[in-house]
Design a protein around this ligand. Structure first.
Ligand code: BTN
Length: 270
C-alpha cells in the first residue's frame, strides 16, 4: 500500500537507493548495516513503524505508526573533502527546518545541536551515528524522527522537553510522505555545501534562543549558564557567560532558563 505511493512521490528526487520497511527495529541500525555492505551516499532507509527507535544519550525514540515519520540517510565521506560529523546533525536539522517552511509555511528553529522546534516545542529529533573500520571513517548515518501527526507526541510523563506535532501546529493532518519528500529535497540541496561558510550562516539564522539565557550541559563538566550569541565557524555554540567570558560548547545539550510552558517539566523521549 505505502510502497507504490512512496515510489511515485520519491521518483523526482533521483535518490541513489532507498528501502522501505513497514516495521523495523531502528532505521539507524538497518542503515549502519547497509553502509557497511556498500550502500551509496544518499541512500535512505524509511520505516512505517519502529519498534526500537533510538534517541540521543541512550534515550528511546517512540515512533507511532501513521503519525511518526522515521528515516535514516547514509552519508559517505566525499573524495578529498572532509566529512565533519558534527555538521551532519546540523545538515539534518537545517533540511527539516527548511522543509517545514517551504512545504508547510512553518517557521522552525534549530535548538543546538540537534532538535527542530516550532513555537519553542520539539517537532523533530536527529541522531547521527558513525561507522568506523579500524581508524577509517566509513561514513555516518543520519536518523531523523518527526512528529507529523498528533498521536506521534508521547504523553507528557515521557517527555523531557516540550513537544508538539505538525498536525497540532497546522490545525490539519499532513501526509508523512509529503514531509519526507520535502525534507529529502532540502537535504539533497544542502549536502554539497556541508563545509561551505553559507552552511553555517543558514544554520545560525535558524538558531533557537539567540540572545536568551540557557543552561548548557556537556555531560563531563558542571552545567553552565550562558547567553546564546551564535555559532563559531566550526559550528560550536557560542555562549557569553555571566562574568562576561566567552565559552564555546562543542557537544551537549541546552535548555532555556525560564520554563517556556507550564507542562514542560516532563522528559522527552520522542
Ligand atoms: C533525539 O532527539 O534524541 C534523536 C531522535 C532520533 C530519532 C530517529 S527516528 C529515525 C532514526 N532511527 C532511530 O532509531 N533513531 C533515529
Amino acid at each position: 500500500m505505502e510502497l507504490p505511493f512512496l515510489e511515485s512521490i520519491l521518483k523526482d528526487l533521483s535518490l541513489p537507493a532507498w528501502q522501505y520497511y513497514e516495521e523495523v527495529g531502528s532505521t539507524n541500525d538497518v542503515a549502519l548495516t547497509w553502509l557497511k555492505s556498500g550502500a551509496p551516499d544518499g541512500a535512505v532507509v524509511i520505516a512505517g513503524h519502529q519498534t526500537r527507535g533510538r534517541g540521543r544519550l541512550g534515550r528511546t525514540w517512540i515512533t507511532v505508526p501513521e503519525a511518526g515519520l522515521a528515516f535514516t540517510l547514509i552519508v559517505r565521506p566525499d573524495e578529498g573533502a572532509p566529512l565533519p560529523p558534527e555538521r551532519l546533525t546540523a545538515l539534518g536539522a537545517l533540511a527539516v527546518a527548511q522543509a517545514f517552511e517551504a512545504g508547510f509555511g512553518l517557521n522552525a528553529q534549530i535548538k543546538w545541536p540537534n532538535d527542530v522546534l516550532i513555537s519553542g516545542r520539539k517537532v523533530c529529533g536527529i541522531l547521527v551515528e558513525l561507522a568506523w573500520t579500524d581508524n577509517y571513517l566509513q561514513g555516518a548515518v543520519l536518523g531523523i524522527g518527526i512528529n507529523v501527526g498528533r498521536a506521534a507526541v508521547p504523553p507528557a510523563s515521557h517527555l523531557n522537553y516540550p513537544a508538539i506535532s505538525m498536525e497540532e501546529v497546522l490545525g490539519h493532518p499532513v501526509s508523512r510522505w509529503e514531509v519526507l519528500h520535502q525534507v529529502l529535497r532540502a537535504y539533497l540541496a544542502w549536502r554539497p555545501h556541508l563545509v561551505a561558510p553559507e552552511f553555517i550562516a543558514a544554520w545560525e539564522s535558524r538558531l533557537a534562543f539567540r540572545g536568551e539565557w540557557v543552561r548548557a550541559e556537556d555531560g563531563l563538566n558542571p552545567p553552565l549558564i550562558g547567553r546564546v550569541e551564535g555559532l563559531s565557524p566550526a559550528g560550536h555554540l557560542h555562549l557569553r557567560l555571566k562574568d562576561g567570558r566567552d565559552h564555546w560548547l562543542t557537544a551537549g545539550e541546552i535548555r532555556p532558563i525560564k520554563p517556556l510552558f507550564a507542562e514542560s517539566s516532563g522528559g522527552e523521549d520522542a
